[in-house]
Design a protein around this ligand. Sequence first.
Ligand code: SAM
Length: 204
Amino acid sequence: MDWQARYQVGDTPWDKGCVTPVLTELIGKNPFFFGESKRFFVPGCGFGYDALAIAETGSSVIGMDIAESAVKQAQRLESAERELSFVSGDIFELAENLYGRFDFVWEHTCFCALDPSLRSRYVEQMWKVLKQGGAVVGVFFINPDVAAGEGPPYGASREEIRALFASHFVLEWESEPKCCYEGREGREHVMLFRRLTDCREIDC
Ligand SMILES: C[S@@+](CC[C@H](N)C(=O)[O-])C[C@H]1O[C@@H](n2cnc3c(N)ncnc32)[C@H](O)[C@@H]1O
C-alpha cells in the first residue's frame, strides 16, 4: 500500500477528522494512564488527532507515520504549549534512540492497516519502544467489512490478537468501548497489553 499516494490524492476514508471517541472515553475513565509523567508513542498517527488528545492531558507524545503528507499536516498541531511532535518514519525501521523510551503505545488503526504478515514484527517493534513495565493500549478493529485476506483494513479476531501479543506482552485488560465513530459500532475492542520483561522470541 502506498500510503503517501493515498494522502496526496485525499483518498483517506479512515480519517474522521477528530479524535476517536474510544480514546476520549479511555482518558475519562482512566486518567491515571495519562498526565505529565507519561510518554506516549503513536504509530501510524495519520493527521494526529489522537496524539493531540493525549498531549492535552499533559503527556509527552511522539506520533509517527510513514506518509510524509500526513505528518506535515499533523505537525500543524505542534505548539510550544504541549509536548507533542510528529515524525515521518517507518515503524519497522525505528532509530535505536526510540528504544525503551515510552510508557505507552497508543494503537488505533495502525495494526489493522498492516499486512497480516507484518503483525509479529509490529508486536516486536512496540515491545522495543516501551520501557520496562510499559504497555500497548489501543482500540483494535475486530470486524472490518472486507472479505478474509483482503484489506487494508485487515480483520483480526480477539483470539488472534491475544495470541500474537503473547510472545512479548501479557493481556492486562480488555473491554468493549461504549462510544465509537459512527459505523464502527460493535467492531472495536479495547485491549491493554503489558510488556513482558523477558520476551520469548527476541534477544532481550
Ligand atoms: C488506516 S490509517 C490510520 C491513521 C490514523 N491512525 C487514523 O485513525 O486516522 C493507517 C496509517 O498507518 C500509516 N502506516 C502504515 N504503515 C506504516 C509504517 N510501516 N510505519 C508508519 N506508519 C505506517 C499510514 O500512513 C496511515 O496513516
